[in-house]
Design a protein around this ligand. Sequence first.
Ligand code: AHR
Length: 500
Amino acid sequence: LSATVTVDPAFVVGPVRRRTFGSFVEHLGRSVYTGIHDPGHPTADADGFRGDVVELTRELGVSTVRYPGGNFVSGYRWEDGVGPVEDRPRRLDLAWHSTEPNLVGVDEFMRWAARTGVEPMMAVNLGTRGVQEALDLLEYCNVPGGTAWSDLRRAHGAEEPYRVKMWCLGNEMDGPWQIGAKTAAEYGRLAAETARAMRMIDPDLELVVCGSSNSGMPTFGAWEHTVLTEAYEHVDHVSAHAYYWESDGDLASFLASAVDMDHFVDSVAATADAVRAAGKRSKFINISFDEWNVWYQKRAESRPPSGDDWPVAPVLLEDRYNVADAVVVGNLLISLLRHTDRVHAASQAQLVNVIAPIMTEPGGRSWKQTIFHPFALTSRHAAGEVLRLAIDSPTTGTARFGEVPVLDAVATHDAETGEVVVLATNRSVTDEVTLDVDLRGFAGLRVVEALTLSNPDHTWTATADDDSSVVPRTNGSARLTDARLGAVLPPVSWSIVRLG
Ligand code: AHR
């Protein structure tokens, strides 16, 4: 198969946003406890945070981290997690049928974020709680001092306010599984009132209202319309969440998951714009794609405990990712970048152990899953502006999405350094794609690096013992001749070509 792509610096979609490379730490399974936090680990700091995980998070190139949930936040009392650790209560976590020991709370998380060099993105509980508790948490975090909550933060050792900018107004409030789930009208009003009051404390916040939990929800579209009609003036972003997995051995459809993400983003943007037009509004609402990943939800590891068993940090959602999963993750990042005009933030769900690129053994090793690599490379090298490409690709039939282009790609151009980065996925299950990229709009380029992630066995997974035998490797076929880049992309592969 062969495909041609034209890249031209004139066709700009928008800036590469650092916030596209966000992640997510939820009090869920071993994400916090024995994930980022493991006081007995040889690399642990005074707070008990693992230094090796801090280093891997930096290497992954994570920009923002959403916290503390997820479904967890809808039953969370943030006050439980501050003050002397020995005085903190143990609570039932209804979302994951676990016990929350509250050894890590907002102050510890802020210290971890500062040490790791990531921007914290907080979520407030709009499931069991409301406007007042959201205001209390905001006052604790962002007010310099002189009030009860801000002085309590100072008494807990944080003299300076955290000045958290991005806040999620609840989580997946349309989901019947959510504690305190609501109708769109109920939630829209609560979100609007919470946002309005939060802005009275800090008008510069960026507020994210809950969109649908996924595009398959029965109320998808109608939910966004109703919620935004209520809350439009008071918020900046609407959330989108999407998880993909290979089911019934249908690899072809799974590899085309980004087609669904493209459609999801376009649909939410269109709905937001319809509300904008109907309300004669001038500002745009953009998308915070604050949960996305591959997640095998049907696997036993995703089932919470039951009955009288309420463990602390059980093994939950610990998916082991193969090469095809990594190719899909790379393609989902291509989709997010392509929509940089409307997707202003994104968080891969999640960071450590729970559907995660980073895995840890309690007290022991940390290692990288296959999905680590496309994220790290895209975050490290995508820079400047995202370019709109002209792609001429053969198609392949899929059971879920019909005919889809075999080749998907996006490019970025950094005018300051002159670097052009082409990210490409070959979604064919069986065939190589010979790629021909027209770069005549640029002068004097050469290939700096060409890497491809693939393996004859696309089901290969990394383990604690071997997380590096299938990493992206130099693609020796990449050649630039007369401003045309040629490269052969193996089936089920993700590639990055840097030109400068
Ligand atoms: O990321 C795992 C869970 O997926 C989150 O808690 C929830 O928001 C979503 O359904």
